[in-house]
Design a binder for this molecule. Sequence first.
Ligand code: ATP
Length: 390
Amino acid sequence: MTRSFPSGDEKSARRGARVQNDAIISLENVSQQFDGTTVLHDISLSVKNREFFTLLGPSGCGKTTILRILAGFETPTSGSVHIGGRDVTDLAPNRRKVNTVFQSYALFPHMTVFENVAFGLRMSRTPKAELQARVAEMLHMVELEGLEGRKPQQLSGGQQQRVAIARAAVNKPLVLLLDEPLSALDAKLRKQMQRELKHLQRRLGITFVFVTHDQEEAFSLSDRVVVMDQGRIEQVGTPIEVYEEPVNLRVAKFVGETNILDAEVLGQEMTCPDGSLKARVEGEERACLLKAKRPFGEGCRVKVVLRPEDLIVHSHRPSAEAGLSLEGVVDETIYKGTTYDIAITLKTGKKLLVTEFFDEDDEKMIVAAGQPVFVTWIKGWEVVLPDDPA
Ligand code: ATP
């Protein structure tokens, strides 16, 4: 059943419905320098209302700095920040309709769960009856009813996490900022909290801006992600777009396992639909056709990106219709339950990783270390990218 906003909050619900899908956050040409070093380079981004939006990238790429700029803990060196249609670039943190959930939760240890959650409402002098109703509503949402009287140290990690979210969400911010909030949890609890966080975001109906360096976590939670590297935006898109159509090799390598083949463009294939390149892959004599989303001139060196699940292993050389087949030897196979990974070294020395669904009844599929094999890929699933040295 979909929960409705508590009475008294109809206004905010109506406002939420009205601006749904509009940009609730926009950063325009934001740069940040610390001690003369630029850590954010000309960032322009917009986040839609009620979106689960994730900043993803390696350590030090500037994710937390963006979050701190949104929260108002940092003022950008240049550029502007709008939240809810208002220019907040120079506005103090407590005057923004934004709250932050920190990695450490930062709960008040001497206060009970109830008092922790009520804190923001007390600061804004919310009348007692309304305060009690809103805290109760919030504790119900995060499934902490019955634990109101406990202190943080009497709670599990997951429960503390939920208190931190309830405390940040109780005064209905436009945006909740979450800085690696699951990183302190063990793997099993982390997975459970990921699911809870997503459901909670839908129930609360507010925008979440989430920071993580964990690609799987980002993909499983987010409507859209921005992939960052060294203070720059590499790509913004849905998880599927970023995984299946990485815009460059940095994104391709950062999000998931990648196989990267070397190729040389021989020319545009005129007899085929737009975007087909005739190319020589991994030095093979036989040319093959590659689907490319951008033009590449004759003689261009390119990279062909293929995910492990795009590749197919054959124990005998397949017919020409299967496309180009690359010869190699199996290094090892790793059984993973429903799938198994096959590590292969091509005769060029290139290492490949292939993921196949495991079917114990299909003996043809099961290969062993040392076995010669041929690798093809599902036609059209390749991504052709410029040969970027990075
Ligand atoms: P992590 O995943 O490790 O938290 P991050 O992507 O969140 O990393 P930031 O914390 O935003 O990265 O840091 C980006 C860069 O800015 C880093 O090189 C960091 O050392 C630097 N930096 C951040 N805050 C400051 C500061 N107050 N003074 C000087 N340098 C800073």
